[in-house]
Design a binder for this molecule. Structure first.
Ligand code: ZN
Length: 762
């Protein structure tokens, strides 16, 4: 044993130094996700019998139980821990980095670990190395040396918008643990439901845990319609203790979130005396941001401190999340109590008043030996001395906090919001909006490039968030979480992250099978046919491709004589080598809508694409103001591809702009008599996307001398009649410069989203 350990340390030094010199070399994805720091495959494999012996050298009991259950549940392998000379041997070692472990598989398996957590990580890696085929379990010989890159590898779950049972929460914890996540951010309170029993205030759960109705469909669909079903639930303190213990056994810390001063409608439905107006409201059934928040008077702060007193007895976590986001100051501006607090404490405005509110909570938590963490709005009006910031509205909050020498957890909505769509496929179930592909999650780096090396030490790590407005059940939760959680695990764990293609191959060839074994309803979006549009000199072309090289797609088209095809003999099946052409029409009078349906084995319902073959498709567009890189998936072709953007938006078909003035010019290639100009804008205020103020159209025959038409109000389906001759059409769009107070994203610049421009000519 002594000798083996010596060889092992030589190995480690050797591999670590190899790594230093070969960092430019591409890292190959191993069968383990997240990919370990070092993975060396050697020749041969060991076969597992259905009954294996494990040498138990003071292995923590919870790890023994975990290993035993995983082997039994996934591979039907029985194991016994009392052997002296087992197939698997564990050894705790000292003087190695925290949470590091090695696995050496020769004719037997030796696992070394530095901490109990790292022993658990080694076990999850070992399980992923087991290959099961027709009842025979094997494991390839290899060497693994591993440790995490970030200490905060978080997943979040909102149980307020939709309630998840104890068993469901435990399944989520199981899945997190399997991929080495170690922080579970439990969003326990919000406007739509209070989910934690607080003994001093029984009405919080008796009243606050239940709502009488819930909005049907997307909240952007006006007028909102409601079901009339009572919905809700809560966790008793005993259930919470049980879940906390369950998570501890899997080396996960639970960080509870108790929202204040905003997102408090459920609490205020139970105790309206702690709001500014004292007026009675029900528990909210609509998603959004609401004006009624906690008053900043002493009684309201004391109420929250008493709640936290009980929360601290249930959660041993060092960090306690207090929300702090999306708190409109509307009521505070009108409230005599709030204005009195401001006057007495010499507070200059309502943002500083929020800071004053949070500071009192911070002082309490600090005195109790805990740390306050909140969403990046807690920066407004001055950051409380001991606060840690969770940056969600982009990276900026995290950058500011780190520069002020505060710790941060990065969770920008651009890469970490798993409630956004993961594919633009027409078959996707309803989601809040947005577009976050697996590949984009994979590019997530918690360290913002704007930080200096000294400042990066303040970045604890990152976190993916699961807001559940549009996630009503566990099946849908798993669908939104997987496989994106695996990409997130790689971003948070891997020192050397393999390239995306290699990760994707591992999912398709191995991990999808593991997820199926664990009965996870994961999304197969990466296996769907992908459609790509190209510009041709006569219009546009549609290319369909798939991750599987030679897959054939069945295509059906309805009502379109205009479509031609690169290989007319096989019009019903398309391969990735073929293109469907849509020619631009010479006149707009016979605009045609082509409905294409694509069938593939992985799709439950066929994919549907509607192309409006008009006289504008494929024409050149030049931008004077560029779309923001975040929402520019298809470039200028998106505006003239004949495909309208989806509502709720999926980001793929929409171009997003964040300037006050947007300007672009379309070239009709010849002077034509223009009848009408149509432009599509998006209104999705919950996603900070607003209709612009106005639109002005300019016409020119030579791209030099311009005639301006009258300024018009922007609408979602904007249309303006023209009746003039021109070759160039310039569109100038003016947006509002700030999102109004009381709305999501208040104070930020709103986005302008455009999907299409169509010029109707005579
Ligand atoms: Zn007030």
């Amino acid at each position: 044993m002594q000798k083996l350990r010596f060889i092992l340390s030589i190995y480690t030094i050797f591999f670590v130094s190899c790594q230093l010199f070969t960092q430019v070399k591409e890292v190959k994805q191993s069968p383990i996700i997240p990919n370990p720091t070092v993975f060396i495959q050697s020749e041969g494999e060991i076969e597992f019998s259905s009954d294996i012996a494990i040498c138990n050298l003071n292995l923590p009991l919870e790890i023994q139980i975990y290993l035993q259950n995983q082997l039994k549940d996934l591979f039907k392998i029985k194991c016994n821990f009392n052997s002296e000379n087992g197939l698997i041997q564990f050894k705790k070692i000292v003087n190695v980095p925290t949470d590091s472990y090695t696995i050496n598989i020769t004719d037997n398996i030796l696992i070394t670990y530095s901490s109990d957590a790292s022993c658990f990580y080694a076990v999850t890696s070992l399980i992923q190395l087991i290959e099961s085929q027709s009842g025979i379990n094997t494991i390839s010989k290899c060497f693994v040396s591993d440790s995490p890159k970030f200490e905060w590898r978080g997943m979040h779950l909102d149980v307020s918008r939709h309630f998840f049972t104890v068993e469901e929460v435990k399944k989520m914890l199981d899945l997190m643990a399997f991929y080495k996540f170690n922080k579970f951010h439990w969003h326990l309170t919000d406007d739509q439901g209070w989910r934690i029993e607080i003994k001093q205030f029984p009405k919080l759960t008796a009243i606050g845990a239940w709502r009488d109705s819930t909005v049907i469909g997307h909240a952007n669909t006006i007028p909102n319609q409601y079901n009339k079903q009572r919905e809700g639930g809560f966790y008793t303190q005993d259930q919470i203790k049980d879940i906390v213990k369950y998570a501890q056994n899997k080396y996960i810390t639970i960080i509870p979130e108790i929202e204040m001063p905003g997102h408090a409608r459920a609490a205020l439905a139970a105790y309206p005396e702690f709001s500014c107006t004292g007026k009675q409201h029900g528990v909210e059934g609509l998603w959004g941001v609401f004006d009624d928040i906690y008053c900043s008077k002493k009684e309201s702060i004391d109420f929250n401190l008493k709640i936290l007193e009980e929360v601290l007895t249930l959660f041993p976590s060092e960090y306690i999340h207090i929300g702090g986001d999306e708190a409109p100051k509307t009521r505070w501006k009108e409230c005599a109590n709030c204005q009195k607090v401001m006057k007495e404490n010499n507070i200059k405005d309502e943002h500083a008043l929020q800071s004053y509110f949070i500071q009192q909570i911070d002082r309490y938590l600090t005195a109790k030996g805990r740390k306050l963490i909140g969403w990046d709005e807690i920066l407004e009006g001055g950051l409380s001395p001991n606060a840690t910031v969770m940056s969600w509205r982009g990276e900026q909050g995290g950058i500011e906090a780190a520069k002020q020498k505060h710790f941060v957890v990065m969770s920008p909505s651009s890469h970490c919001y798993f409630d956004h769509y993961q594919t633009s496929s027409s078959t996707e179930p309803l989601a809040i909006g947005g577009y976050l592909t697996l590949e984009k999650v994979y590019t997530f780096n918690p360290i913002p490039s704007a930080l200096t090396a000294q400042e990066t030490v303040f970045v604890l790590g990152g976190q993916a968030n699961l807001w559940t407005e549009y996630i009503p059940n566990m099946k849908q939760l798993e669908y939104m979480m997987f496989p994106r959680a695996l990409a997130m695990a790689q971003s948070l764990w891997c020192t050397n992250k393999p390239n995306y293609k290699s990760f994707e191959n591992e999912l398709v060839n191995h991990q999808f099978r593991v997820l199926s074994l664990m009965k996870v309803n994961y999304s197969k979006a990466i296996l769907y046919p992908k459609t790509n549009l190209i510009r041709t000199n006569k219009g546009i072309g549609l290319v369909v491709s798939s991750i599987k090289q030679d897959e054939k797609f069945e295509i059906e088209m309805v009502e379109n004589p205009i479509v031609s095809y690169s290989n007319p003999s096989v019009i019903k099946t398309l391969t990735s080598k073929d293109t469907l052409f849509f020619d631009r029409l010479s006149s707009s009078n016979n605009t045609k809508l082509a409905t294409i349906t694509i069938k593939s084995d992985v799709l439950k319902k066929p994919l549907r694409i509607e192309v409006n073959t008009n006289s504008t498709i494929g024409l050149p567009v030049s931008f004077a103001t560029s779309p923001n890189v975040k929402f520019n998936n298809r470039g200028d072709l998106a505006l003239v591809d004949g495909i309208r953007g989806a509502r709720p938006w999926k980001g793929d078909e929409w171009l997003g702009f964040d300037q006050d003035t947007i300007e672009f010019t379309l070239d009709l290639l010849a002077v034509k008599k223009i009848k009408e100009c149509k432009i599509g804008f998006l209104m999705a205020n919950g996603s900070w996307i607003y209709l612009p103020k106005n639109v002005t159209i300019f016409l020119s025959k030579d791209n030099e001398h311009w005639n301006s038409l009258h300024k018009s109000k922007a609408t979602e389906y904007f249309s303006q009649f023209v009746f003039k001759k021109a070759r160039y059409v310039k569109v100038k769009v003016v947006s509002n410069s700030k999102i109004p107070e009381g709305k999501e994203g208040a104070g930020f610049h709103p986005w302008t989203f455009i999907d299409e421009i169509e010029i109707i000519t005579k």
